[in-house]
Every structure is written in C-alpha cells, then in structure tokens.
Write a protein that binds this ligand. Structure first.
Ligand SMILES: [Fe+2]
Length: 182
C-alpha cells in the first residue's frame, strides 16, 4: 500500500504595490546613473533623427527621388531599430528611460527640421551632419559604459554605432562627384 503523500499548501506571499522601479543589478547606483545619463539622450536623438529622416523621405522632390526616397527609408528603419534595444537595456540595469515626446524634446541634441521645403542636396547634407554628430555621441557613450563596468550596453552601442557609420558612408558618398544641382 502506498504511503499517503503529505499535501503541502503553497501560500501566496503578499507583495505590496510598488512605488518605484527596482530591477536587481550589481551595478552601483552611480554607475547606473552615469550610463543612463549617456544613453538616454542617444535614444532621444534616435527619435529625433528617425522623424527627420522620415520627414525627408516624405517631402522629397527631384531627379533622385526614387534613390533617396528608398535610402532615407532604409536609414529611418535602422535608426528606429536602435530605440527599443537601448531603452530596454536601460530597464535591465534599473535605469529609467524615455517616457514621452516632451521627455524626448528635453533630451534630444539633434535639432528638429520644420522647413517648408528642403532641396535634396541639403537633405543629404543635414542628415550627414546629424549622423556624424550621433556617431560621436555614441562613441563617447561607449567609453562611459566601459568606465562604469557596463560592457553589455557598450557592446550593443558598438553595433548601433556601426549602423550609424554605415549611414554616414552612404550619405557621404552620394555627395561626391556628379551633378550637385540634384
Ligand atoms: Fe514610406
């Protein structure tokens, strides 16, 4: 005859409602703060440059329409892809990240572009300047991550920087030679 097993009841522990985010991490609060202060403006800039690139994708006109329309869309896609990767990375290390459009506008270092009409040559040059600015900021953020023991964020930023440099390459090369009147 089988021995009856003892029935154990599992009690659910009451967890009070949280009033703040407290994801566990072995990074020190000051290390998290340093990384978040370097990375959150990059995310805001990704939103700003994504919007600007789409703006030019939508408002393009000229003989290079198809070529630039497609290139801007490809660039916008690569810029957008970095947003969720970096924002989720901030949450993994118990940092806050972007909450709203107004928060983006507080942190962005890439200016909006509300011009009524921009000729294609200027679109390319403005995006080239913005992407170069972005590359510089991303490289500086990698150094902050290294200094604060956050190699995973630094590694993610290396791939994101590689994508930024790819966009710089394409934007730069289309400004070289040929007909600059567009
Ligand atoms: Fe489109």
């Amino acid at each position: 005859m089988a021995t009856p097993t003892t029935q154990t009841t599992t009690k659910t522990k009451f967890v009070p409602a949280r009033t703040q985010i407290a994801t566990p991490t072995d990074l020190k609060p000051e290390e998290v703060e340093a990384v978040a202060n370097a990375v959150n403006p990059l995310i805001a800039d990704n939103f700003a440059l994504f919007t600007k690139t789409k703006n030019f994708h939508w408002h393009l006109s000229g003989s290079h329409f198809r070529e630039y329309h497609l290139m801007f869309d490809e660039h916008a896609e690569s810029i957008f892809a970095g947003i969720d990767i970096l924002a989720e990375r901030m949450r993994k290390i118990c940092a806050n990240t972007i909450r709203s459009i107004s928060h983006i506008s507080q942190l962005q270092t890439i200016a909006d572009d509300n011009d009524e009409f921009v000729i294609p040559r200027d679109m390319v040059q403005r995006l080239l300047a913005d992407n170069r600015h972005m590359a510089e900021a991303q490289r500086a953020a990698i150094a902050v991550c290294d200094k604060n023991r956050d190699t995973p964020t630094g590694n993610l930023l290396q791939d994101i920087l590689d994508q930024t440099e790819r966009r710089i390459w394409f934007l730069y090369e289309v400004t070289q030679g040929g007909d600059h009147t567009f």
